[in-house]
Design a protein around this ligand. Structure first.
Ligand code: ATP
Ligand code: MG
Length: 360
């Protein structure tokens, strides 16, 4: 049986741009799908097609059991949507905005008022609740928009980059709200640029690029696809980066990536702790002082780089020029990556459960 969100062969073109080039999705009820991809990959277009805001050129889609093309009204009644850009009525206060949504969904006035109050608390907007929302900051508008999407608890929710522009505390708060929603049985499709977020919240992840799904699976499955552990070294002297890269290349199974500004080098390896000891010895022999070294599992960042080749935004010119890029010639891109150290407290109970079910 198809899941709460199901799509097959979705194609959408805008003139010459093939925004969606045959997208298939299947999201089981009560789970979270993280749609991940670089700018322009087609994430918002997927969301707009599934929420009836756009008609695909071809393909089929079902949401909450309803055909998106044939029964758009039923689909609309079954979903909540928080778009990439906040859609709130600027002249109404935060409280009025939320009450209005409740009334649109045919809530009784008293209940709509209560619900608005709950959500304003929940999203840290209580103090600003009675100010017109045009006086809100970007992050406040974002939160109000998300609150509006949650006035009723629809069986299927779509959130397009829900935490973009939120500060860490509010992001954490939203993660909690999302986890509660899903625990209550809601199915969620969420797009995000934050790999850490997908890792933390999503049961399954689809990586999209150029309108196609280029990889899918649980975070663990995606990480397993790109191989084992990474050795990560922070060298003390910027001048030692090149030599350190050569050393790592000798031990690695792939290219070393270099984040020059943080003096951090990363290379995929096989061999675990024993190999780590050898790397340390070799660096010592070469007189390279290190600030930090460790063995870590691949992150979704690594997956993303390896799949899309994006994130290699800061090209390591020297690395290319002097041929130290893992001893593999000058053309390999040295990706600069230093963000998103994956949250430690991930993989909570719900996700573990899902993974067990997903395991062959
Ligand atoms: N209304 C439109 N008219 C013309 N081109 C469009 C339109 N909407 C989207 N596109 C194009 O389709 C492609 C996919 O866009 P989309 O907004 O789905 O990307 P995205 O993955 O959501 O990107 P971002 O991370 O920047 O939000 C892009 O090349 C975009 O320029
Ligand atoms: Mg988008």
């Amino acid at each position: 049986m198809p899941g709460a969100i199901y799509a097959e062969g979705l194609v959408k073109t805008f003139g010459d741009v093939r925004a969606l080039d045959g997208v298939d999705l299947d999201v089981p009820e009560g789970t979270v799908l993280g749609l991940l991809g670089p700018n322009g990959a087609g994430k918002t277009t997927v969301v707009r097609c599934l929420t009836t805001l756009l008609t695909p050129d071809s393909g089929t889609a079902f949401v909450a059991g309803f055909d998106v093309l044939k029964h758009p009204n039923e689909v609309r009644r079954s979903i909540g949507l928080s778009g990439q850009f906040a859609a709130v009525d600027e002249y109404l206060t935060g409280r009025e905005n939320l009450q209005m949504v409740g009334r649109l969904y045919e809530m009784r006035a008293k209940r709509a008022k209560e619900r608005a109050g709950e959500l304003l608390e929940r999203f840290n907007l209580a103090d600003a609740a009675d100010r017109p929302s045009k006086t809100y900051s970007g992050g406040m508008r974002r939160r109000l928009d998300l609150a509006a999407a949650l006035v009723v608890s629809p069986p299927v929710m779509f959130m397009d980059e829900p935490t973009t522009g939120l500060d860490p505390r509010n992001r954490q708060g939203l993660w909690e709200v999302i986890q509660e929603l899903v625990a209550g049985g809601t199915t969620l499709l969420l797009t995000t640029q934050y790999l850490e977020e997908a890792d933390h919240l999503a049961h399954d992840i689809c990586v999209v690029d150029h309108g196609r799904v280029i990889a899918r699976g649980t975070a663990d499955q995606l990480k397993a696809q790109i191989g084992g552990e990474r050795v990560e070294v922070v060298v003390h002297e910027p001048d030692h980066i090149t030599t350190a890269a050569q050393v790592l290349a000798g031990f690695g199974k792939g290219e070393a990536t270099v984040a020059r500004h943080t003096r951090k080098l990363t290379v995929p390896v096989a061999g675990g702790a024993k190999l780590l000891a050898e790397v340390i010895r070799e660096l010592d022999v070469r007189g390279i002082e290190i600030d930090d070294i460790g063995l870590r599992r691949p992150t979704l960042d690594d997956v993303f780089i390896s799949l899309t080749g994006h994130l290699a935004e800061v090209k390591d010119e020297e690395n290319g020029a002097d041929g130290t890029n893992g001893g593999r010639g000058a053309k390999g891109a040295a990706a600069a990556k230093d963000k998103h150290e994956v949250a430690k407290d991930k993989h909570r109970a719900a996700k573990d459960k899902h993974k067990k079910e997903a395991a062959p």
